[in-house]
Write a protein that binds this ligand. Structure first.
Ligand code: NCD
Length: 310
């Protein structure tokens, strides 16, 4: 996310996503290009939306995963990337190891897009989350820049949740001193926001508080509720995962009834049990829209990265 240090470029990207969404048809601006999808960790939305995005722009798609590739034979990440780079014009990589995307980018001369590196970051999710926040804010009759301080509550696994890591950085950058972050994580197991990230965000002018319980005060003060799943695959033992799950706060229709009438309820998905399905029909729920619009944001990103908009 640190690479997106040009706020105007971020807004331009979201504008391109808008144009592509409004056009609703496919275009051929990436005709003749090939995008490689290397998903070495499970994914539904990110991999399918990247694949659909590439195809809707006229590009071809090749894919590899961990189970059916030479990764099972012990091939290094750098060698796998060199292989894909010799067939494709860009690589989208999801990998269980923090820092893997950076490593991959250093190994090849083709663009590498980080689609999630372990407990590190998930920058394209943050871009689509920002897109959702901008649009939901506008559809509630507010303008993004005018809104007073935006109160964002991050709920769930702030330690391992890479979507929180990336979105907090992106919001801090685009909204400068106009955001307040609250992190609500269970007390039983340490799922707190990494201390070094809190320090960075503080230096960027973000007001932040940490909580072990969700209170009515927090619920009522929240403009954006960003709910995340406890990241089961990052736990070394099943018992502490179970403990974290037991201590987790669940968003239900009753909880939503206490929220501001113009609040935005978000989740990167997949959900396990942290938002009950009775919230899905609430007009403030944005998670399915996040998912849908993610494809357009990824189309904009692929078109930009592959120079199709120049
Ligand atoms: C997220 C991820 O992979 O980090 N999923 C996604 O890409 N939408 C969130 C998660 O797995 O909990």
């Amino acid at each position: 996310m640190d690479q997106f240090n040009d706020v105007d470029a971020v807004h331009r990207l979201l504008e391109v996503a808008d144009e592509l969404r409004n056009r609703k048809t496919t275009t051929n601006i990436l005709s003749g290009k090939v995008v490689a999808l290397a998903f070495l960790e499970p994914s539904t939305r990110t991999s399918c939306s990247f694949s659909a995005a590439a195809q809707r722009l006229g590009a071809g798609v090749i894919s590899m995963n961990a189970q059916d590739s030479s990764v099972t034979k012990g091939e290094t990440l750098a060698d796998s990337m060199l292989c894909l780079a010799s067939y494709a014009d860009a690589i989208v990589l999801r990998h269980p190891r923090l820092g893997a995307a950076k490593e991959a980018a250093a190994a090849v001369s083709k663009p590498v897009i980080n689609a999630g590196d372990g407990t590190g970051e998930h920058p394209t999710q943050a871009l689509l989350d920002l897109y959702a926040i901008v649009h939901e804010t506008q559809s509630r009759g507010k303008t993004f820049s005018e809104s007073e301080k935006l109160n964002v509550t991050f709920l769930g696994d702030a330690k391992n949740g890479r979507t929180i890591h990336s979105l907090s950085k992106l919001l801090a950058r685009v909204m400068a001193g106009k955001v307040v972050f609250r992190y609500v994580t269970p007390a039983a197991v340490d799922l707190r926001m990494p201390a070094e990230l809190i320090e960075k965000l503080k230096a960027a002018g973000v007001e932040q508080t940490e909580h072990n319980e969700m209170s009515d005060d927090i619920i009522k003060a929240t403009d954006v509720l960003y709910v995340t799943r406890v990241q089961k695959e990052r736990f070394s033992d099943a018992a502490s995962y179970e403990e974290a799950m037991k201590a987790s706060f669940r968003v239900t229709a009753e909880v939503a009834s206490k929220m501001k009438s113009d609040a935005i309820i978000m989740h990167p998905l997949p959900r396990v049990d942290e938002i009950s399905t009775d919230v899905d029909s609430d007009p403030r729920c944005a998670y399915f829209k996040q998912m849908e619009n993610g494809m357009y944001v990824r189309m904009a990103l692929l078109a930009t990265v592959l120079g199709a908009l120049e």
